[in-house]
Design a protein around this ligand. Structure first.
Ligand code: 9MG
Length: 289
């Protein structure tokens, strides 16, 4: 499998796994309240300086990617209008692009946001809806941005209420295989693709742990694997701790994911995730060939 990911005009070598730092420009994200300049979500307005300071700190800690999102995809989160999402993410992308040399990822499903984000400097489209909105495929195929294709059963509004699988691992792999194939048919080079099982998206805790336990099976898709488990409820369920006390649990899951093929870890806690990546690399290098 190729370990090189084409991200715009950059070639990223994923033979050593990388960290994607999370920058949520939403009022209801996992503990990102520091980006608000008003403590009521009704008057939510992003503080650009705080967003840039946080992004710069994550890059200093070792993040190769910064994933910027303006729409919360947590179960039951409010729907965000196109203009609202643009107002939340585009100024951050523009400012970050002009200040730091980092791969900017945009977490969006809306084609117009994708288009404006790419024009502003984003080079990776992280679409939890896997290009299912009309026009999304065209935007990606007419760019040189990389694409993360994620599995989700249902929609964020309802995904945790109607969950059903015969075999979650088989079904998630089949879904991703089909999406990768459609992307290739549309002319998107495999070197631009990442796949992601979508932990927490239309899955019970048991489904999430089954996917994690069998993560190495995703290598059959021959496409680099992105994993996001940071602070998620599957971690909380195993350790019975609230979201602000899930670092150790998240790193335990990260270590397992890295040992079983993950190439990019999406995380709120970049420094600790980089430590896990470095220890994983030390173990990999020590293995007898
Ligand atoms: C936006 N977002 C939230 N969780 C995520 C995950 O696990 N993977 C990806 N690709 N995006 C996510």
């Amino acid at each position: 499998m190729t370990q090189i990911l084409s991200v715009g005009d950059r070639q990223i070598d994923l033979s050593t796994p990388a960290c994607m730092g999370i920058l949520n420009a939403t009022p209801d994200s996992f503990s990102d309240g520091a980006l608000l300049n008003d403590d009521s979500s009704k008057n939510f307005k992003i503080d650009l300086d705080k967003a840039l300071t946080r992004a710069e700190a994550m890059v200093k800690e070792g993040a190769l990617f910064i994933d910027i999102g303006g729409e919360s995809t947590r179960p039951g989160a409010a729907i965000v209008s196109l203009q609202e999402e643009i107002d939340r993410v585009i100024p951050i992308i523009e400012a970050l692009h002009s200040r730091i040399d980092v791969c900017i990822s945009v977490d969006t499903s809306k084609p117009e946001v994708m288009k404006q984000a790419i024009a502003a400097g984003a080079r990776l489209i992280n679409d939890v809806r896997a290009l299912s909105l009309d026009g999304a495929m065209d935007v990606v195929k007419n760019s040189n941005a990389a694409l993360c294709v994620m599995h989700m059963q249902g929609k964020p509004e309802t995904m945790q209420s109607t969950i059903s699988y015969d075999d979650v691992v088989d079904e998630v792999i089949a879904f991703l295989r089909e999406k990768v194939s459609v992307c290739k048919e549309n002319g998107i080079s495999p070197s631009r693709l990442l796949i992601d099982p979508g932990f927490g998206f239309g899955k019970t805790v048991e489904h999430n742990y089954r996917l994690l336990a069998e993560l190495s099976r995703f290598s059959e898709l021959q496409t680099p694997l992105l994993v996001g488990v940071s602070r998620k409820s599957m971690i909380g369920a195993a350790i019975d701790r609230p979201v602000d006390q899930r670092l150790a649990g998240s790193i335990a899951a990260t270590a397992h994911a890295l040992a079983h093929g993950a190439k990019i870890m999406r995380s709120h806690d970049v420094a600790a995730t980089m430590d896990a990546i470095r220890v994983n690399s030390a173990i990999s290098s020590a293995r007898k060939s």
